[in-house]
Design a protein around this ligand. Structure first.
Ligand code: PA5
Length: 357
């Protein structure tokens, strides 16, 4: 029988070694940080009046996470996951186009629209079509050199947006904050990594709870998009249905939907991702929401990462935990965490009717 406590058998399902990319996350951030420190943006970019981050799926989440952290930003930041850019995009906008492959049609379409409107653009990508279109519009490109699935290269995608914002004065980050977060992540890796037995390993324990369940991940504030990341990693790595909610919004609808279907409590498993930086009212809301779930017999668990020392480290540690959970869940589901045949099928079908750029 397959056991999470036998890492030597992981490769039976983890055929493309997703584990190495997950283990690598702190090193990805360190490499990207060093590269991006030296990456220049045109001096006029500092005059932007709003910021729009374009991307889809694994390429959008890094920007969304950074946007939720950027509390001190004086400019509005929008994460845009669609074709048409918002009408307000203009010469005064900074548009950050993120596409790992460089071939995602929504991002390419939005990028060209923004460029035609004269927006200030910067790109993060491995290459693809967006690389050549960026040359056409003379947009600076941060070229990622890392072979993995987009979602497994989060360290590069996250850090690129973080550093672009830092360069235009919208994010206050220094080497010490990054270094401390990475040290914490590496320490955490030693507690939730493959070699740690299930009895001591929070990630393996959560993964076991999620087998045959439909997880609903709930986060607030800086963990709202972490809840989304847990959901998307569960979908893509573990090939499992999963959803996410955010507080306080979930208290205005989700809590009412606990009565049907009648066997709901046998199907869902709620995971609250709680933060020491949560708004005090959301801390209270979490408590009351738990009471409501208890009354409905809806199974749940609450996760908090006590070792975090800053919003940045808490967000990164929470992502890291979720990435490991989704990886272990993939193994328990006996699926290859890397493979995403439905996304590939969909993109191949779309490519039969290609867009012109
Ligand atoms: O996880 C994935 O593979 C997807 O969500 C992709 O990130 C998404 O389809 C967008 O592709 P790209 O990241 O190459 O722009």
């Amino acid at each position: 029988m397959f056991s999470l406590d036998s890492p030597e058998s992981y490769r039976l399902y983890d055929k493309s070694n997703m584990l190495s990319n997950i283990l690598d996350l702190p090193d990805q951030i360190a490499t990207a940080y060093d590269q991006l420190k030296k990456f220049p943006l045109p001096s006029t970019y500092i005059n932007a009046k709003n910021i729009v981050i374009l991307g889809m799926g694994g390429s959008a989440i890094g920007g969304a996470l950074v946007a939720s952290l950027a509390k001190e930003a004086r400019l509005p930041i929008f994460v845009h996951r669609d074709y048409e850019v918002p009408r307000f995009v203009s010469r005064e906008s900074l548009v950050i186009a993120v596409s790992y492959s460089g071939n995602t049609e929504e991002t390419l379409t939005g990028f060209i629209q923004a460029a035609e409107k004269g927006a200030k653009i910067v790109v993060a990508t491995c290459g693809g079509k967006i690389g050549s279109i960026a040359t056409r519009y003379k947009a600076p490109v941060y070229k990622i050199n890392y072979g993995a699935q987009p979602r497994a290269a989060l360290g590069y995608l996250f850090t690129s947006v973080l550093m672009f914002l830092e360069k235009i004065g919208q994010f206050d980050i220094d080497q010490d904050k990054i270094r401390e977060s990475l040290l914490l992540m590496k320490g955490f890796r030693n507690k939730i990594g493959p070699q740690v037995a299930s009895s001591e390993n929070l990630a393996k324990q959560i993964a076991k709870n999620l087998v045959n369940k439909i997880p609903v991940f709930i986060g607030s504030g800086i963990l709202s998009d972490v809840a989304r990341r847990w959901k998307t990693q569960t979908n893509e790595n573990a090939k499992q249905a999963a959803f996410f909610e955010t507080l306080p919004e979930a208290d205005h609808n989700f809590i009412v939907g606990q009565e049907n279907p009648k066997d709901l409590r046998n199907k869902i498993w709620v995971v609250f991702l709680t933060s020491r930086y949560d708004h005090p009212r959301n801390i209270l809301r979490h408590k009351i929401t738990v009471e409501i779930l208890q009354k409905a017999n809806t199974p749940y668990e609450t996760v908090m990462i006590p070792i975090a020392t800053s919003p940045l480290s808490e967000q990164l540690l929470s992502i890291y935990l979720g990435d490991f959970v989704s990886f272990y869940l993939a193994l328990l589901n006996k699926v290859d965490p890397t493979e995403i045949s439905n996304i590939n099928y969909l993109k191949d079908k779309l490519a039969e009717k290609p867009l012109e750029y």
